[in-house]
Design a protein around this ligand. Structure first.
Ligand SMILES: [Zn+2]
Length: 367
């Protein structure tokens, strides 16, 4: 249990429209870019917009809005109905509209992200083409009978060579589509450059890398593949007949802590025990097949570092996410790595990295 929490970095990216444009498998997918902003209807109570609100004191967020991300004491991005914008304007605070028609953009953008089936095909293609340095296997079946695929990349896959091991995970949360593309890109970058790039060759020869591209297959299928314009789903799709509700927030279903307590902070901070809430942590820790799959992968191997990708936000976070008072024994080391990650991340134009204040330990989970 201790290993699970020894080194986990959560990276949140502000990525609303980031396709896998650099990925060779995605050449036929286009970004839609000629949306007519003049069609924006400010009084609509059915179409939604994304607004960035800049603040330095308390603000009131309209009732039916969702907080997407932001940075504490600086700005917050919210999704709200156009007609509710007046509630922001009334407060006389500075804001800018960063998506004039979320539902329209989301509908268009759904097509530029891979489906679950396409992801499976890509993983199969990679493991066929680079069979000497990869091993593709399932960590288990989900509630709706989909595989939780894991791709191992190393010079002698399937063999424990006592090398440092690292795990990348994507799509804990169903609606965070770009995190699938990030993980596919990592897999593609590593495999296609083996024997080409000296650094990557060295990494594969001397490390064992695990990639779980889609931790939440059922949720992704429901939110992305069956996209109908307004799902905004976060959890998995486990059905609770006793409550008539679906899903557990997988990122709230883990447990463990530094003092060896199996339960750890499960169910205590930044989550809900209400099954219909989108932050529902499950009826007990590790109740879900998806979180057990990740736990067992870590326990059964020698994984010492995990990077979990999320959207959306502009944060690199490291443990403990639930407390500013308690620091991990490795706090200095984690800070150093988290800072390095942040400094190397560029925006879409690749002309700047995250601002210096965009990374730090935070006092609670944002994702
Ligand atoms: Zn997330």
């Amino acid at each position: 249990m201790k290993k699970i929490i020894c080194f986990l970095i959560i990276v949140l990216l502000y990525l609303t429209i980031v396709p896998a444009s650099g990925l060779r498998y995605n050449e036929n997918k286009k970004i839609f870019s000629d949306f007519d902003f003049l069609t924006y209807d400010k009084s609509s109570s059915t179409s939604r917009i994304i607004v960035r609100i800049y603040y330095d004191e308390d603000i009131i967020i309209p009732k039916n809005s969702d907080i997407l991300g932001g940075f504490p004491d600086e700005y917050v991005d919210i999704l709200l109905y156009s007609s509710d914008l007046i509630d922001i304007e009334k407060q006389n605070i500075s804001y800018s509209i960063i998506d004039y028609n979320y539902d329209y953009s989301a509908t268009i953008n759904a097509g530029i992200y891979h489906t679950f089936d396409e992801m499976e095909q890509i993983l199969n293609d990679i493991s066929d083409e680079y069979s000497e340095i990869t091993r593709l296997f399932s960590l288990g079946k989900t509630y709706e009978d989909r595989d939780i695929w894991c791709l191992e990349i190393t010079d002698n896959p399937g063999i424990d060579e006592d090398e440092p091991e690292v795990l990348f995970t994507g799509v804990h949360h169903a609606r965070e589509w770009p995190t699938m593309e990030i993980c596919l890109n990592i897999a593609d970058e590593l495999t296609s450059n083996y024997g080409v790039d000296e650094n990557i060759t060295n990494i594969i020869d001397n490390r064992r890398i695990w990639i779980v591209v889609c931790v939440n297959p059922d949720g992704y299928y429901y939110d992305h593949d069956l996209f109908s314009g307004n799902r905004w789903w976060r959890k998995n799709r486990f059905y609770f007949p006793e409550f008539g509700t679906y899903g557990v927030d997988l990122n709230r279903n883990y447990a463990g802590s530094s003092n060896g307590d199996d339960l750890g902070i499960w169910g205590s901070t930044g989550m809900s025990h209400n099954p219909s809430n989108e932050l529902f942590c499950g009826l007990k820790q590790f109740s879900e097949v998806e979180t057990r799959a990740i736990r067992d992968l870590i326990i059964n191997n020698k994984i010492c570092a995990v990077i979990s990708w999320h959207t959306y936000g502009e944060l690199v976070m490291w443990p403990w996410g639930y407390s500013t008072d308690n620091k991990t024994p490795d706090d200095q080391y984690l800070s150093q790595i988290g800072t390095e990650i942040a400094l190397r991340m560029t925006n879409q134009d690749q002309d700047c990295c995250l601002k210096l204040d965009r990374y730090r330990r935070v006092d609670r989970y944002w994702d």
